[in-house]
Design a protein around this ligand. Structure first.
Ligand code: TRP
Ligand code: ZN
Length: 880
């Protein structure tokens, strides 16, 4: 916490470290109030650096002792401030011995060494290690670690760190110790320790080369009935990486530890992944299908980091997407492969497109917009963003689209061959892809350096005489902060042409001969000529969402209905439905604002009816096709956002669909029951998804039938997916029985923190929940703002997931936001800063709302003692 102006760090200022570290020996005497950390570092001068001094980072720790090559240094031998310890004069080979003091129990930031529910955990990415000991805390300093843990045996029976356990025993005085050694060199951000009262599910697992590894999932007592799925996902991840990328687990032991207080999803510490309980604990009683899918994805994600992140790491934090974009791509492919079918794979792709549009496009269009590889930052924790992660994954996916799977794999192989054990850059990854494939990827670099979502405008022209179809693609990219003018991107645009009967026409373009052609747009504009086209086609452009762009094409309703009924590409088939829905939602929003009568055309409703009843389609796909664009996605399409009008328009469409399709929805509700034992597999989850969407539509009409159905499902549900769906339907319908159901739900699950999070979130997102109700919930005994999951479930969900209430015309929602950002910032800047982001795009609202929002932003900005995290976000939001 500083009061001076925060400093901006620039990518162009990168310089290699003056000293490299070979070995690190750490000794921890763990005590919640007073933990002593002893560190012995062997270091040597880096021949590639001009820096003379030894520069060590250190924050919020007390220096107790400092020796260099056996000699205690006096205050004249070093400089010490609240961020750095600098030793200006040092020989080329150095052994440093450092003793520091910390108070983990007082650490509410959940960064560095902290206590959660009486247990010790660490979180070191990105720059948390410096809160534990003085160290060159930058990812290009990689060293071998040995760690000695000492702690009270009764209170902390389990002592874990990275790598292999090489020794353990009693110390006599009620304390015990464990010594761990990590055979691989690693950057400090991958260090971890756990000292806790925990139990584990474990298993020996055979690796591809015949070795076996010990796999463990550690949780608090009472949660061992919720570890199976995480363990299964871990085993699936290990197999998948062996098969798809030829990458093996390189350790004899791999541990996952769940903790209830955690800032993000999970952390890939070498051999000792630490997870938010949300992404570990599941059984049918407490977890939904979405929770199960999240666990599979995050377990995969952290495991895959072992190669993409740990064995090959980042040179500096500007390269974050090198590991995150690539690892998200890998976890996406893993989840898709686990489903196995093409149609199931397509549904995961639709989900990815939704996330991108819902979260990344807005980021790219707001004041925090940044390239996948940023050029500057104030606080690196603010750059763990959807742009770095999800857009970064799209960039990796585009290599695969452009090169094909086989050459992409060759590029991956070359990347590891060249860089195993190194800290490298996004350019190194691109070079491996270019060299392995022989492709020129020079222009592709702009996906890393230019922010903003490119817009591709398409225009088609059919010539019946010459049987040619011309598709002209034109690209542009809006200005973003610090980047006025953009150069053309290298964009893969996958295109198919549909005939009048709905089937794919055979394509002849650019020497390609296929049903879907990947056109490469590299210029500002280019016309592609398809020959031998026997009829005027309907173009299906950007199939499988082949690039993270906005596609403009002036589709007629007739063309969209054609695509919605027939496109062989499921993503574009879904997309056509979304376009049909969006056009209507925007028109209706305008009508609400004007006070006009609202009407929804039967053509659209009939198209939905057809999809809904089409048994040849996966239930999961039909669910996606019937899901309307969210209120915030509608807002993104408007010049001046009116949240209440959007809400009313969307509610009107939901009700109208619910009424018009009542019989069909009921039929699907009945047809997609999943009797018998619960299974989270994609097919069953898809059926539940469609069934529960049908329920939501039926209840949205507040009809007796709909409410009775929801109540019956709530009373008899055999799993959490069905239970929360029913409860949500009751709440959203404003059913008289909703309060009683909420109470019963709470009573059933008051010992299950993750379920109570759902209980808060469902209320916070209900359109009937106003600010007063949120404040009342904050006074509930189970609310605790220090716990990030709980804070997210209530405060974040209200500010982000309940737009019609949050944007109350009197500005009370914004004042609440400011108050909560300030309160959280004093406890946990990382979490506070995420909440601060929710006011990013305040300039898009009606002037009266803007004025209130600006006031709230200024209130936060006016706080003297603000973290760099929140300071950066609010000052960028307020900047012109
Ligand atoms: N590297 C982690 C991941 O993507 C995420 C992460 C970064 C993180 N910083 C963190 C997790 C801070 C918790 C706290 O998987
Ligand atoms: Zn990650």
């Amino acid at each position: 916490m500083r009061t001076d102006t925060p400093q901006t760090i620039y990518r162009k200022d990168y310089t290699p470290p003056g000293f490299l570290v070979e070995t690190v020996e750490l000794g921890f005497d763990l005590d919640p109030q007073r933990t002593i950390v002893a560190s012995r570092l062997t270091m040597s001068r880096n021949p590639d650096s001009k820096v003379r001094a030894i520069e060590l980072h250190g924050e919020n720790i007390v220096l107790v002792a400092l020796r260099m090559n056996g000699k205690t240094l006096s205050k004249r031998d070093y400089r010490l401030d609240d961020k750095m310890l600098v030793i200006p004069e040092a020989p080329d080979e150095v052994t440093l011995e450092i003793e520091t003091l910390t108070a983990p129990a007082k650490n509410t930031t959940l960064n560095g060494l902290y206590v959660s529910n009486g247990n010790f955990f660490t979180q070191c990415e990105a720059e948390g290690f410096r809160n534990i000991t003085y160290f060159p805390d930058r990812p290009d300093v990689m060293a071998k670690y040995t760690v000695m843990l000492r702690a009270d045996k009764a209170a902390y029976p389990v002592l874990l760190s990275n790598g292999n356990l090489i020794e353990e025993g009693d110390l006599g005085d009620g304390r015990h110790y464990a010594k761990w050694e990590d055979p691989f060199k690693k950057p400090s951000y991958l260090f971890a320790l756990v000292a806790a009262r925990l139990v584990c599910q474990e298993e020996t697992f055979k690796l591809a080369d015949g070795r076996s590894a010990l796999l463990q999932v550690w949780v608090e007592e009472g949660n061992l009935d919720k570890t199976d799925y995480a363990m299964q996902s871990l085993k699936n991840s290990i197999r998948w990486d062996e098969e798809r990328f030829g990458l093996e687990l390189d350790l004899d032991r791999f541990m996952i530890v769940a903790v209830g207080d955690f800032n993000m999803g999970a952390m890939e510490n070498k051999g000792l992944n630490i997870f938010n309980t949300k992404f570990v604990l599941a059984n049918p009683r407490v977890a939904t299908d979405i929770d199960y899918a999240g666990i599979e994805a995050v377990v995969g994600h952290e495991y895959f980091h072992n190669w993409t992140g740990n064995r090959v790491t980042c040179r500096d934090w500007f390269q974050l997407s090198l590991k995150e974009g690539l690892t998200v791509f890998r976890d996406q492919e893993f989840s898709a492969d686990m489903i196995g079918t093409d149609s199931g794979r397509a549904v995961t792709r639709i989900d990815q497109v939704r996330t991108l549009r819902q979260a990344q496009f807005p980021e790219d269009a707001g004041p925090m917009a940044h390239p996948v590889r940023p050029d500057s930052f104030v606080e690196i924790n603010n750059f763990y963003t959807v742009t770095v992660y999800e857009k970064g994954a799209e960039v990796v996916r585009m290599y695969q689209t452009l090169l094909g799977r086989e050459l992409f794999r060759k590029g991956m192989d070359l990347y590891f061959e060249r860089h195993d054990g190194q800290a490298v850059t996004c350019d190194d990854f691109r070079a491996a892809m270019a060299d392995a494939s022989g492709r020129d990827l020079t222009q592709f670099e702009r996906w890393y350096s230019q922010a903003g979502t490119p817009v591709v405008r398409a225009e088609g022209r059919y010539d019946a005489d010459s049987l040619t179809y011309e598709l002209t693609l034109t690209q542009r990219c809006p200005a973003t902060p610090g980047q006025e003018n953009k150069l053309p991107f290298h964009i893969p645009v996958a295109v198919g042409l549909l005939g009048a009967d709905g089937s794919d026409l055979h394509l002849n373009v650019d020497g390609l001969d296929a049903v879907t052609a990947v056109l490469e747009l590299t210029e500002a504009t280019r016309t592609f000529r398809f020959s031998g086209v026997k009829e005027a086609p309907t173009p299906s452009i950007l199939r499988d969402f082949s690039a993270p762009v906005v596609l403009e094409y002036d589709y007629t309703d007739t063309e969209l209905l054609h695509l919605f009924s027939h496109d062989s590409d499921p993503v574009n088939r879904w997309e056509a439905g979304q376009r049909l829905a969006m056009a209507r939602l925007l028109k209706l929003t305008a009508a609400v604002a004007k006070g006009d009568t609202l009407e929804l055309d039967t053509t659209f409703i009939e198209a939905l009816r057809k999809i809904l009843a089409d048994e040849s389609l996966d239930a999961a796909f039909r669910e996606q096709a019937l899901l309307l664009p969210s209120e915030s996605m509608i807002a993104d399409q408007m010049d001046v956002v009116n949240p209440q009008a959007i809400h009313q328009a969307r509610q009107f469409v939901r009700r109208t669909i619910g009424e018009a399709l009542q019989v069909d929805l009921r039929a699907q509700y009945d047809a997609n029951q999943t009797p018998g034992a619960y299974s989270p597999d994609a097919l069953s989850a898809g059926r539940r998804g469609l069934k529960n969407l049908a329920l939501a539509y039926l209840a949205s009409t507040s009809s007796e039938e709909g409410i009775a159905l929801a109540q019956a499902q709530f009373d008899s549900a055999g799993n959490m997916t069905d239970r929360v769906a029913a409860l949500g339907a009751l709440i959203h319908a404003g059913a008289a029985s909703a309060q009683a159901a909420l109470q019963a739900f709470y009573a059933d699950f008051d010992n299950e923190a993750l379920v109570i999070d759902k209980w808060f979130a469902m209320q916070a997102s209900a359109p009937a929940t106003g600010l007063a109700a949120v404040r009342a919930l904050m006074r509930h005994a189970a609310f605790n703002i220090k716990n990030p999951n709980r804070a997210r479930s209530l405060v974040f969900t209200f500010c982000v997931g309940n737009p019609s209430q949050f944007h109350a015309p009197d500005g009370s929602g914004y004042a609440f936001w400011a108050e909560q950002v300030i309160a959280l910032d004093a406890l946990n800047p990382q979490v506070a800063s995420r909440l601060a982001r929710s006011m990013d795009r305040w300039r898009r609202y009606a002037p009266a709302l803007q004025a209130h929002m600006k006031k709230a932003l200024q209130k936060v900005a006016g706080v003297k003692k603000l973290s760099n995290d929140v300071r950066e976000v609010v000052s960028k939001s307020l900047a012109n």
